[in-house]
Design a protein around this ligand. Structure first.
Ligand SMILES: NC(=O)c1ccc[n+]([C@@H]2O[C@H](COP(=O)([O-])OP(=O)(O)OC[C@H]3O[C@@H](n4cnc5c(N)ncnc54)[C@H](O)[C@@H]3O)[C@@H](O)[C@H]2O)c1
Length: 312
């Protein structure tokens, strides 16, 4: 793999600052770029907090040291300055195709052709981001999961244009970052994880809408059955454990009864229309009033890190 010493991360928000922590921890130099002065102003503190608490549950004392940290993390308001000299680029700006296309067009002109340009999009087509560039073969998807400093798996998405070299470089870099890369060979909307996540969420929202059980009870069924199993056995292996004849029998009578609407569910539309957006507004499908968003995320992250320790 080409030597990667400096990684440019575009967007220092939820995902960007967390991917920066992962990269710093592996010893890379990070150029963190954001158009918001306010975001950049707090990014350093946030990254340092991640490094000094847990990154895959292992505090990194050397980088928690302010001097070592300062010498590796650089922040930029300008894409041109931040991308200069980068050996690998990860874009983590808001999920808007036109914005990502505009940034990749600039990067394609700014970065030498052997520099891989990766998008952290949750599910926009990588092919559409790469289309029309001079060097589309170097564009791939790197879909990190939130919180990126803890969640081990990253989907590496091959677009219709991605070259094998760019895919290999990305997989190798992610292994170097101590992540578990999985190659997604088709640029399918939502990739793998978000398709599965939203398939379960669609059914859960349907069950809620039909009054089958409370939101808490529906979630508990997932947490204490599927959730526990999923820690060691995926849905495909589980079919083998049960027996494929049983899976076929159940699929024949159950699939016609499953929710398969192409429209977002009414309950979701109503909540959004009334400003009940979940944790960030204090109310959504659950009542979050009296809790701080930051505290809840920190608590969940800590639990995830402990679980990872247990299963590894
Ligand atoms: N948050 C998640 O759970 C999650 C998980 C996986 C993937 N993603 C994807 O990662 C990407 C980033 O999501 P996020 O949650 O970190 O968003 P965010 O809103 O927290 O952060 C985006 C940052 O990009 C900055 N930005 C906007 N325009 C810019 C530009 N032109 N140049 C540089 N910076 C710019 C914003 O100021 C902001 O700080 C999205 O594509 C999202 O779908 C998010």
């Amino acid at each position: 793999m080409p030597e990667i010493r400096t990684i440019a991360i575009i967007g220092a928000g939820t995902m960007g600052h967390s991917i920066a922590a992962v990269s710093l921890r592996a010893g890379l130099k990070v150029n963190l770029i954001d158009t918001s002065e306010a975001v950049l102003g707090t990014a350093g503190v946030k990254v340092r907090k991640l490094l000094s608490t847990h990154v895959n549950s292992e505090p990194h004392a050397a980088l928690a040291n302010p001097d070592a940290f300062r010498s590796r993390l650089y922040t930029y308001l300008s894409l041109e300055e931040g991308a200069a000299g980068a050996d690998f680029v990860i874009e983590a700006v808001p999920e808007k195709l036109s914005l990502k296309q505009e940034i990749f067009k600039k990067l394609d002109a700014l970065c030498p052709p052997d520099v891989v340009l990766a998008s952290n999009t949750s599910g926009l087509p990588i092919t559409s981001i790469a289309a029309g560039l001079q060097h589309p073969a170097r564009v791939v998807g790197t879909h990190f999961y939130m919180p990126a400093d803890i969640m081990p798996l990253v989907e590496v998405v091959r677009s219709d244009y991605s070259g094998q070299e760019a895919m290999d470089t990305t997989v190798n870099l992610l292994r170097f970052l101590k992540k578990k890369p999985v190659v997604v060979n088709k640029d399918i909307p939502g990739f793998i994880g978000n398709r599965l996540q939203h398939a379960i969420a669609r059914e859960a929202l349907f069950l809620l809408d039909q009054g089958v059980a409370s939101a808490r009870d529906i979630d508990d069924v997932v947490r204490y059955t599927l959730g526990l199993r999923f820690l060691h056995t995926g849905p495909l292996e589980q079919r083998d454990l049960n027996g494929l004849d049983i899976a076929l029998n159940i699929a024949e009578y159950l699939y016609p009864a499953l929710e398969d609407s192409k429209e977002p569910p009414a309950v979701l539309k109503e909540k959004v229309a009334s400003g009940m957006l979940g944790l960030k507004t204090g109310r959504g499908l659950f009542d979050w009033s009296g809790t701080s968003q930051e505290e809840v995320i920190a608590r969940k992250s800590e639990k995830l890190a402990k679980l990872l320790d247990l299963i590894e």
